[in-house]
Every structure is written in C-alpha cells, then in structure tokens.
Design a binder for this molecule. Sequence first.
Ligand SMILES: Nc1ncnc2c1ncn2[C@@H]1O[C@H](COP(=O)(O)OP(=O)(O)OP(=O)(O)O)[C@@H](O)[C@H]1O
Ligand SMILES: [Mg+2]
Length: 353
Amino acid sequence: MSFLSISNAVKTFGANTVVKGFDLAVEKGEFVSFLGPSGCGKTTVLRMIAGFERPTSGNITIDRQDVTNTAPNKRRIGMVFQAYALFPNMTVAGNIAFGLKIAGMTRAEQDARVAEMLGLIGLTHLADRYPYQMSGGQQQRVALARALAPKPQVLLLDEPLSALDAKIRVSLREEIREIQRQLGITTVFVTHDQEEAMSISDRIVVMNGGRADQIGTPSEIYNHPRTRFVAGFVGTLNVLRAQADPADRRRVAVAGTVVQLQQPVSSADVSGALSLALRPEALSLTPSPARDVAFAGRVKSVQFMGSVIRIQMMLGDEALSFDMFNSPDLVPPQVGQSATAHMASRDMFEISA
Ligand SMILES: Nc1ncnc2c1ncn2[C@@H]1O[C@H](COP(=O)(O)OP(=O)(O)OP(=O)(O)O)[C@@H](O)[C@H]1O
Ligand SMILES: [Mg+2]
C-alpha cells in the first residue's frame, strides 16, 4: 500500500463542490506536485491531507493508518505556506524550536535539533536574526527548517516560492528538492507554475476543476497529455485544425498540407474535422530526413529571448510557434518573409476535449 493515499475525496463548501472524487497514491519518499490553475482545489486537497479541512466524503491514510478524522497535530505533518508565516517576534532559532518545545523535548535536545536544521538550510550564522532582518528566500528556508524539525512523516508545501523573485525561486526549489532527497521525506508540493512542477517532481498531478485530470511523471504529462486541458496547461502547444480523409483515416489535411499519420485518427467528428497538436520543439526551419512534413507559411513575429529565439509563423489563418537556439552567427528570419517549418509526422498527436 502507498505511504499516503487519498481515496475518492470530495469537499463541499455550502452549495459548492470544489474537490470532486480525488484519488492519489504517493509512495514513501516520493515528491509529488499538484499543478493547476487558481481555484482548482490544490490548497483544499493539501489542507485535507494536513487535517485542517475534513473531507465531505472519502478517506485519507498515512502509513496504513486511516487519518481522515485525526486532528492535524496527531498526523505528524510539516507544512510550509506561501510566505510570511514565521512568528515575527521569535528569532530564527526560536521559530525552528517552536514545534520541538510543544513536543516536549528538553532544552538540550531542542538546541541540538535546531543546530542540525540550521546546518541543513545553510543558515547557522543567522540563528539569532528576526524574520524582518532576512530576505524572503531566507525566511522560506527557515519555514522549511521549522516544518522539518519535528521529523514529520509527510511534508506539505503550498506555493512556498511564489512570493520570491525568479532567480531565488529557481535556486530555492533545487535546494528544497535536495533536502527532500537527503531526508527521503514524502512530499506534496503545490504550484501553478508548470516549469517548477516539471523540473523538481517525481510525479505531477494536473488538477482541473477539483479533479485530477492526469497523474504521471513530468515526461508522461508533457509527451502524452491525456486531455486537451493538460496538453494546453503544461508547456506550449500548437493546435491546428485538420481534416481526415474519409477513405483513409491515416491521411489528414493540415493547413493545406497532406500528412500521413502513424495511426488512424480516432477523434474526428462526422465531417472528418479534428484537432492535431504539436510541441514547439518538434518544429525546425532546417529540413532533415526524419522531418517528413513541411509547412510553408509566412513569419509573423520574431522574439529574441536570449538563448532561444521564438518564431511565430502563419499558415494561412493558423498560427505556429517554435523556438530556434540562438548562436552568435545566427541570422534569424525576418518578419514578413516566407519560411518553411519542417517536422516529423510522428510528433503530431490528436487532442480531444
Ligand atoms: N473555506 C472555504 N469556504 C468556501 N469556499 C472555499 C473555502 N476554501 C476554498 N474555497 C473555494 O474552493 C475553491 C478551491 O480553492 P483552493 O484554495 O483549493 O484553490 P487553489 O487551487 O489552491 O487556488 P490558488 O492557486 O488560487 O491558491 C475555490 O473556488 C475557493 O473559493
Ligand atoms: Mg492555493
């Protein structure tokens, strides 16, 4: 049995059902992210795991114990919130010791554990500072140390990086992941940032309207999105209208080009219309034997982004976006110029609603 399991959880506030039959099994030591737009129920599921909300129906077990009706302080859970959750009138050491004092540790035990946690987050030199004397990133590391100090069996993080600026966010997420690996602690991390979820998770739960639309590793989610919502929410996606040949369902017309697919299409409506999706990295201005499809069009925009250049092309009235790697001697295409984008037909996939 999984270490943390949520079975058919439903949460209703008044007339509003915000979590609708949510199932998840997390293995011991796994790092799982909840990814989804604002209001999809991420925090509500996290709060049910922590015990701050009771599910309207369904069950939660941790280490084979049913904790559905267990008080939060009896679940051995550590939690980190978005920001500003440290006790402002306590030093760093005082904040980290807080849960240890409540657990009845002796002063000597507390001091040893606080020192250990300060070492883990690399802030030993700031033990006597107060929260207002530290940067947001340092405060969040202290919040992590405070959550981990009592040796919880599950760590829950609710958008812990969202109040920080971009550079700190990237370095701190790697630090959190490293500490999580070191301790082997089962972790659920909430974010609405798809890049963040992709870069640090063992598995991602893509949530939509109170449900888990898809649960999988970052590469499963990205390469094999099961719904249109997942495909569009995770990464950039080009979606093109296509028309299937009624006599041969492997043949489709896309923006005036006939494409021979590997599989017969399955989502075409009665008129043969369907949507085909392709990731930007499948497209290139350079032909190659593997790229058996060529889309001729016109360059609509060229955006310089540093290491990559994002090109938008129009194929008639359909837009296609893709990136080129930058290099010092690269001459990017000009806006208005004709261009041909090449790709492999196997990189196109059908998406349905
Ligand atoms: N205590 C509550 N009473 C009534 N409605 C609530 C309560 N808590 C949450 N909701 C509603 O439940 C829905 C899901 O909220 P939740 O906070 O779980 O979303 P979220 O995915 O965490 O969003 P965000 O990314 O904005 O944090 C929202 O529509 C919210 O308004
Ligand atoms: Mg939330």
